[in-house]
Ligand binder design. Structure first.
Ligand code: ASP
Length: 352
């Protein structure tokens, strides 16, 4: 207790208010979180969304070489950000309604208790690195839009056209098919929509955690829309004493539930990572407006959580049991890596 608080309590005592102060102090003590999850026995581990398989493998090999968990996680997600074939993130991501790629990312670093984020960033292939620069170089947590781009350019990032030919053609197809009575002639053919984002949570042998989530957001979104990925506590969250979590799927639903924060808090109160992910999905259901629920009260959208704790346990969960076809093609899985062993593991689901 610092000196000024001591003298404050002394003053309260003078006015006969000390019992209140003691009660408050006892309540505050109850709210104090444990210094470390019980039985903490960390190991080098990374978990993430399914598209992070190469990323978690890289992240654990970097951490096994002694590198920082956030540095490792960022290098991991950059593989997808720079991959033109991943249409859910970074370069090659599907654009907004106007055909412009707008990217969101956020990250946290357990040891230093710092966070960084960017929203609606245009023209920079790796928003994960810009979010980390916000974390490392500024006293702020989130920069958005043109000013986030200016910040990145000042740091030496290159401005580039992020709209690949494939993504532009997909957008044009979407636009032509949007409205049967406008002046665009409709075109047949399937159209990719973005259900993706890449998340990595990382843990070192020393028990340090880091987390990052990066995305091009929902495809064909209204310009300026910011999803959950850059929101601390929604798209990702980590706490050095407990563990780390992240999310992909319908961002609006995840924001309402403060999902990644909630997963970490459930782990803090003793739930396994998998159970904590299921608890967060349950909270999402409770926070969902009726227009988005089917007749059985189940969400019409999908959402996934991924988590690890500082004991080296991990889990993932998704809203609905994937179809058999999807399961046969590796759906319903998330990426896990320990040194020398990167793999996809099955996720739990809330609804059959
Ligand atoms: N969560 C992302 C967003 O809402 C999209 C996704 O993961 O599919 O921006």
């Amino acid at each position: 207790m610092n000196t000024s608080r001591k003298s404050f309590i002394k003053t309260l005592g003078t006015f006969g208010l000390l019992p209140w102060a003691i009660t408050q102090s006892a309540a505050a003590q109850q709210l104090t979180t444990p210094s470390r999850l019980n039985g903490s026995n960390p190991k080098t581990l990374a978990v993430g969304s399914r598209n992070a398989l190469r990323g978690v493998e890289l992240a654990v090999s970097m951490m096994a070489d002694g590198q920082d968990p956030l540095d490792a996680a960022v290098e991991g997600v950059k593989i997808q950000e720079l991959d033109p074939d991943d249409m859910s993130v970074g370069y090659g991501g599907l654009p907004n309604e106007h055909g412009v790629v707008q990217l969101d990312a956020s990250c946290m670093h357990g040891p230093t208790k710092r966070a960084g984020a960017v929203g609606c960033l245009e023209g920079i292939k790796t928003p994960s690195e810009v979010a980390k620069a916000v974390l490392e170089l500024t006293d702020h947590i989130m920069l958005v839009g043109d000013d986030a781009k200016t910040f990145a350019l000042q740091l030496g990032f290159q401005e580039e056209n992020l709209l690949t030919e494939r993504a532009r053609e997909a957008w044009l197809r979407w636009k032509r098919n949007l409205n049967p009575s406008d002046n665009w002639l409709n075109e047949d053919g399937s159209n990719p929509t973005s259900t993706g984002t890449v998340h990595i949570s990382a843990l070192t042998q020393q028990g340090d955690v880091g987390s990052i989530t990066t995305t091009s957001g929902l495809s064909y979104k209204i310009p300026g829309r910011v999803g959950d990925s850059p929101i601390i506590g929604a798209g990702q969250y980590c706490d050095q004493r407990v563990g780390s979590a992240g999310s992909t799927g319908r961002g609006e639903a995840n924001i309402m539930a403060c999902g990644s924060f909630y997963v970490v808090e459930r782990m803090r109160s003793g739930e396994s990572p998998e159970q904590a992910c299921l608890s967060a999905l349950q909270r999402v259901v409770e926070m969902t407006e009726s227009r988005l629920l089917d007749d059985d009260g189940r969400p019409r959208f999908n959402l996934n959580y991924y988590a690890l704790n500082v004991n080296g346990e991990f889990g993932g969960a998704t809203m609905r049991k994937p179809s058999q076809r999807s399961l046969d093609n590796g759906g319903g899985t998330f990426a896990v890596a320990e040194p020398g062993n990167a793999r996809l593991e099955p996720m739990a689901w809330l609804f059959d």
